[in-house]
Design a protein around this ligand. Structure first.
Ligand code: SF4
Length: 229
């Protein structure tokens, strides 16, 4: 599959997730920004789509924002979602990770609005809450929502299995030079040499037995998209 086919499939996966989200009762509204922290993670494919979709006059100021926040603390994942699934399958514990939502807002957030909203990665699309986070202090997410969202994350990583994952600011800065995006298209972008983690195929989906019936239709639709691609 070439990069254009992968990008088209990524858009379809996002569309399917929007259809799932439409079945939920959510408190999220435009202007809610509690979930827009510096801890968002994404894949190379999503970062590539975001950068490719920016107008030239939009790109430079946003990249300057990332550089201005470069020294600030942020979540840097040690494992990808599919690596976590492999660890579970092997009966091994995942590594300890350092993640604190109070580390600060996403460098892109401007007056409580996302300037790249249509291009935002899945990690942002899947920030949901059944109650107002500002009032309650935290999001309300059911275990079934976590399961279905995790399957979508696994599928996106599977689609980008030759690529890498990492923190939003780090990955966008790695792919900002045109040469790095060409390397990614050629399959020669080093993950570890760029401080990122290599993606993996989804060998097993993390769906517990109690969620199989309700998650099943979404899993089937995702698999249908992958097989059609
Ligand atoms: S990219 Fe947009 S939606 Fe995602 S955290 Fe940043 S401001 Fe929020």
């Amino acid at each position: 599959m070439d990069i254009e086919q992968k990008l088209a499939l990524l858009d379809q996966i996002d569309g399917l997730y929007d259809a799932y989200a439409a079945t939920l009762s959510l408190a999220c509204q435009k202007g809610c920004d509690h979930c827009c922290t510096r801890n968002v993670t994404l894949t190379t494919l999503e970062a590539y789509r975001l950068l490719a979709g920016l107008a030239p006059e939009q790109c430079d100021p946003l990249l300057a924002c990332l550089k201005a926040h470069a020294g600030k603390k942020r979540f840097r994942p040690a494992v990808t979602t599919n690596q976590l699934a492999d660890l579970c399958l092997a009966g091994e514990d995942p590594p300890e990770e350092d993640l604190d939502p109070t580390w600060g807002p996403c460098p892109f957030l401007t007056a409580s609005v996302c300037p790249v909203y249509p291009l935002r990665p899945f990690g942002c699309r899947s920030f949901f809450s059944g109650r107002n986070c500002a009032q309650s202090g935290c999001a309300e997410v059911t275990p079934l929502m976590v399961t279905i969202t995790t399957v979508f994350l696994q599928t996106i990583e599977h689609l980008d299995q030759a690529g890498c994952s990492g923190n939003f600011s780090d990955l966008l800065q790695v792919l900002a030079p045109a040469g790095a995006r060409q390397d990614y298209r050629n399959g020669t972008l080093g993950c570890k040499s760029n401080g990122l983690i290599p993606n993996r195929p989804a060998r097993i989906l993390m769906v517990p037995p109690e969620h199989r019936n309700q998650a099943g239709p979404w899993v089937a639709k995702l698999q249908g998209l992958l097989h059609q691609g």
